[in-house]
Design a protein around this ligand. Structure first.
Ligand code: PMP
Length: 456
């Protein structure tokens, strides 16, 4: 019996069992390190997500360079996960490594700016077309801080998001649409507030729903990825953003675009590449070439409102910022990344190779007669277990199958190819070669042959 995605659940289970055995046999050193970590690390890993990869125990990294990751058992993997975008400019880009080593002996953090600060501000303004910037350690924090600024600047309470979104571990966004009703995500741990009182949620590409949600006039901001990338990929329909932007403005709300993943579109993100005009933009993950840092930019109008809100507030904690934010090392990393990596010249071959990857993948999927689609956003491509690209979070979510993903990802890993866990997402970095793309397609072909083979 075939599932909606054309593969039988029994075949998935059989492949999973086989690939788990292969993985366990081939990774004795990772297994030993996982065992050594387990007495003192929760779930045996430094971050509990690391145990969700679908491997029987965590793959331990020996080193990573460019598009390659070398594990502690001596295997070399072609990396299309790239730290889920943190290493989108390749692992340890030499220009970033050099900037870090230059900085590392001259002070790491001082809670004061260095000469990099003004330069990074100017580079961000030039790249993204927004004049005024602040920093954070992670995209999560950047989103959290932007929400605070927007609420303070507008004096409004409500946040509007799209169903199925992810913006980091920002509590406010974990509200789903279930049968048309907002519902707090039940997987959230330790959340004691009712988030539905201040978060409104509508489907992506639903202008009527957006308008209705904005109508009460209490929405501080809409926080959105320009393309949804965290529930599988969902592209905006033609004209959606221009119309949505106008509606948001008309209702006195702000538009915040979270470009953490869509920075794959080009050096100024998706909004710049498509002529959109958000009031604020968030960038994180690869902004420091893999060093923890993030930034957010404001339009002149929003910056003025935000500054006024801070000046009018009583003295004391703003709730915005962390001690290590914009530390000397992070600023040096961002300067190097913005100067040397976030450039059209670096993106051009990435985009070409990602297009080849997407086309090749469509061909492999067609060859196996599977009803799956492939979507590309710049240097990023994703396959989804549905015949036509989903139009919103509900459709995208209906096309997911965690077991199939698990089996596929593990089988690819055992064939030397790493793709992003919890997604079917593949990223191309400046070092990814045509041969690397061919290796991915070859591995995919082999694995799909195993999955679609008749049960013996
Ligand atoms: N925004 C988006 C769109 C993301 O996809 C993510 C992470 N996947 C984040 C924010 C949060 O990034 P971080 O985990 O680095 O804080």
């Amino acid at each position: 019996d075939l599932s909606f995605h054309g593969i039988s659940p029994a075949r998935i289970q059989a492949l999973l069992a086989q690939e788990r055995d292969i993985y366990a046999q081939r990774h004795p050193r990772s297994q030993a390190l996982a065992a050594a970590a387990s007495p003192h690390l929760m779930f045996g890993v430094p971050l509990h997500w690391m145990s969700d990869w679908g491997t029987p125990f965590a793959l331990h990294v020996e080193q990573a360079q460019g598009a390659r990751l070398h594990d502690v058992d001596g295997h070399t993997l072609v990396d299309f996960c790239l730290g889920d975008t943190g290493a989108m400019f390749g692992h340890s880009p030499p220009v970033v490594a050099e900037a870090l080593s230059q900085r590392a002996t001259r002070g790491l953090t001082a809670m004061l700016p260095s000469e990099d600060a003004a330069a990074v501000g100017a580079l961000l303004a030039q790249r993204f077309g927004l004049p005024t910037w602040q920093f954070a350690m992670t995209a999560t924090d950047a989103n959290r801080f932007v929400l605070r600024w927007c609420r303070a600047a507008t004096g409004r309470k409500v946040l509007l998001v799209f169903n199925g979104c992810y913006h980091g571990t920002v509590d406010d966004v974990f509200v789903d649409l279930v049968n048309g009703q907002p519902q707090q995500r039940d997987s959230l741990l330790g959340q004691v507030q009712d988030l539905t009182t201040t978060t409104r949620v509508v489907e992506f590409n639903d202008l009527a729903g957006l308008q209705a949600a904005l109508a009460p006039g209490d929405v501080a901001c809409v926080l959105a990825e320009p393309v949804m990338t965290n529930i599988g990929m969902v592209l905006p329909e033609p004209g959606f953003w221009v119309a949505a932007q106008a509606l948001i403005r008309q209702h006195g709300s702000l538009l915040v675009m979270d470009e953490t993943h869509t920075i794959s579109s080009g050096p100024g993100g998706y909004a710049r590449a498509h002529g959109l005009q958000p009031d604020a933009v968030v960038v994180g993950k690869p902004l420091g070439g893999g060093m923890p840092c993030a930034a957010y930019g404001f339009s002149a109008a929003l910056a003025a409102q935000a500054e006024a809100a801070k000046r009018q507030a009583p003295p004391g904690h703003s709730g915005i910022g962390t001690t290590l934010t914009a530390n000397l090392l992070a600023m040096a990393a961002m300067r190097a990344t913005l100067t040397h990596l976030m450039t059209p010249k670096v993106y051009e071959p990435m985009l070409k190779r990602a297009a080849a990857l997407a086309e090749g993948l469509k061909e492999v999927i067609r060859r196996h007669g599977l009803p799956w689609c492939v979507t590309q956003v710049g240097a990023r491509a994703e396959f989804q277990f549905c015949a036509t690209a989903p139009r919103n979070g509900s459709e995208a979510s209906a096309a997911m199958d965690a077991e199939l993903e698990h089996a596929l990802h593990l089988a690819l890993l055992n064939r030397g190819v790493l793709i992003t866990p919890f997604h079917n997402m593949m990223l191309v970095c400046p070092d990814t070669t045509d041969a690397d793309v061919a290796a991915l397609l070859q591995a995919m072909d082999e694995v799909l042959a195993l999955l679609s083979a008749p049960q013996s």
